[in-house]
Structures are given as structure tokens and as C-alpha cells.
Ligand binder design. Sequence first.
Ligand code: IMP
Length: 444
Amino acid sequence: MSRHSSVSANSTVIVGAQWGDEGKGKIVDCLCEKNDLVARYQGGANAGHTVVVGDKKFKLHLLPSGVIREKRSLIGAGVVLDILALREEIAQVEKAGLKITPKVLGIDYRAPLLLPTHKILDGIQEESKAASKIGTTKQGIGPAYSDLAARTALMFSDTLAVDWEARFGRALSGHETILEKLYSRKLSAAERAVCTEYCKAAPAYAKFAADASAESSNAIAAGKPVLFEGAQGALLDNSFGTYPFVTSSHPIAGGACTGVGVSPRCISKIEGVAKAYCTRVGAGAFPSELTDKLGDSIRGRGAEFGTTTGRPRRVGWFDAVALRYSSRLNGFTGLHITKLDVLGGLDELMICDAYEANGKQTRDYPANPADFAGAKPVYKRFAGFEDLGADGWKKVAVDGEKKGLAALPQNALLFVQKISELSGVPIVSVSVGPERESIIFAKD
Ligand code: IMP
């Protein structure tokens, strides 16, 4: 028997339970205090994880959130790696006082490279879709994963090869052919300069090369606690999300295995992160969307603007139908509810507990995307709770250290309990502010 097959795993996958932007960065930051290793398993610089520490705000896109606590942080083979985006991000976090050394950061040899031409292709493909645009982040995600599936991608390992420049040149000319033949488009001098810059910059990152699969598996086999960090959310999954309005990777928990290279037997806990309401960026159906003044008000109070693109996020009520589906796909062992404080001060709160689709009510998420697209929300209504203001919520969080969730105002607690009951998942924590400390963990 190999040492990896008799594992008593102590690992947790952190998954976005909705459409992304649920606050996974903060949760990973809180949990990684007790974990030895953090491994990011999918997505690319389309992700935006914001972590607030004291008066500093870290905006991470590619770096696993573990870097903030200087934990060993791995970028797995499931992540598409934009070297220039990584360079910029490292410069930014180093300016804010962190040091990204090879002791902290490891990048799997097998991570596919996302090239500047993938971004150009992403932009052109979106523009060519006219009315059916997906609303991508234009970070090149779809074209980079397409190259991986087509077996034409460059890997991080290619940057270590003696003939790296030639390999890069071949990939670039492949993309130029597509641009010219399909879109009658030539690279501008400025775009060509960015490509040259990418090619020159890449070898400097060789010092981060790692085997994330072996490191994570060995850490788990040694009984060490490991966190797998997802990006985006389950409803943006390439296969099980609201296709085609999805991303091109697998944010669901199974993606941790294929994206880092660990056995499903290595996973012991799977925790979903969900806002107390819903948001979505980009196009696609959103049954519980609020397109009125209330939606605008929640957007403003929750600062619901994209970390990567700055786009205003669409806002809606908590969707328990979608959450039950997400829980089925992921097998959540627990749920972290974020941004509960944002709903403070509203007289009435709602949870969508069923859809009306094709003249019928259903509590189950439709498998046919066409049924989801036409679904109307059926709500349960709840009494609101007071807005305690930033200081009031901080006090609640301090009380929560002793009392657990009982520290919440009564109607806030009832709302969270309803979310848990209607979603069928126990609550692990509730966040009541952006700071690291503004979190209350449920008592066992
Ligand atoms: P892409 O991942 O850039 O290709 O975009 C595909 C869809 O996923 C679009 O609707 C994006 O707005 C959405 N998306 C991608 N990354 C994120 C994220 O980190 N948070 C929320 N939505 C995202």
C-alpha cells in the first residue's frame, strides 16, 4: 500500500457556492492560520480575492490567499498562469509589505501559460458574439483553457527549457495565424511589445517551479492540514454552471483533485462560501435578481463592484434552489455566510426557495439550462434586522468569540438559520464586516 492510500486526511476545499465573489479570500485567510499549506486549483487572473488586514487591503488574482500569512502557497496545474499578471501582483503585494519568496510560493510545472494573445482572442471572441456576449473578464481564460484541451498550450515547465524563446515564438505564431485567418487581425506594435516582454520576463519565475501534486499529497499523508482554494463559484462551472454563461474551468470541489493532482481520498471537508444575498457579474440568467432601487442600495452598501474589472455586480436575494444544487455538486460539509451586515436595516428579507418554470413550481434546480433561463423566483419572507453600523458589528464579532452565532441580533440569527435549513448545510461561520476579525464561528 502506498503512503498516500492509507491517509487520514485533514484537508478542506473552499468553494464559491454561488456565482463567485462570495468572499472566499477572507475565509481562506482566516482558516489558513491553522493550515500548513494552501493550494489554488483553478481559474486565473479573472479571480479577485480581497483580504483586509488592519488598514491594508490585498487584492489577489493569481496568488493563493495563503501568501498573506506567509504559508506555503501553491498554484496548481489547473490554474492558467499569466506571467505578466503575476509579476504585477507580486509587485503590488510586495509594495504592501509582503515578501513572495520561493519558500512561500510554488507554481506547478504543469500549469498552462496564459499568453497576451489569449487576452486578445478573448476580447475579439466576445465582440464577435454581438447580443449573446458572455461578459467575460477579458483575461484570456476561455482561449487559454481551449489551448490546454486542444493540446497546444505552453506549460510553466516550458519557461525552464533552454529553447524557451523558440517555444514561445511557435505558440505566438500559431495565435497570429488564428488572428489573421479567422479575424483578419494583425498584432499592433504595442501588442507585439507586450508579447516580447512576456517572453523575456518568464524565465525569472523558474525559481518558483514546484510539484504541487506531490507536495500537497505528501503533506496530507503526513497528517498536515491543507486548504484547497477555489476561485469563481460552482454556478460558473464549465460543465455544471449556467452554460454558456460560465467560466472555462471547474470551480466545484472535484476541481481540487484535477486542478492540484490529489486523490479524492485526500479531501476530508468541503466548505462552501455564500453571501447572505446573491451577486453575479456578466451575462446569464439570475432568477432572484433585484433590478430596482433596493438592488442598487445593496450594491452600494456591499461595495459590489468587480475586483478584477471594476464592473458593477448584479444583485439579488439569496437563492436556496441554487444553493441546494451547489451543495449537491460539491457535497458541502459546512457553509460560511458572508456579508450578513450588508442586509442590516432592511424591513423585510427574502429567500428564493423555489422556481416557477414551464408553468410548474420546483424546488429543484433545472438540469436543462433553458428551464433555468426562464425560471421565476418563489420567495419566502422574513423580518429584517437592525443595522448596527461598523462598530456595532465589530462588537457582535467580539461577543461571538464566546457566544458563537448567538451573538447575532435575533432576526439575523433566524435568517442565517433559515439559510442553513433551506440549503440543507450546517453553518460554519458568519461574516459581519470586511476585516479579518469580523467573523463569528459557530460553536460545535
Ligand atoms: P471568464 O472567466 O473571464 O471567461 O468569464 C466568464 C464568466 O465568469 C463571466 O460572466 C465573468 O463575469 C465570470 N467570472 C469570471 N471570474 C469571476 C470572478 O472571479 N467572480 C465573479 N465572476 C467571474
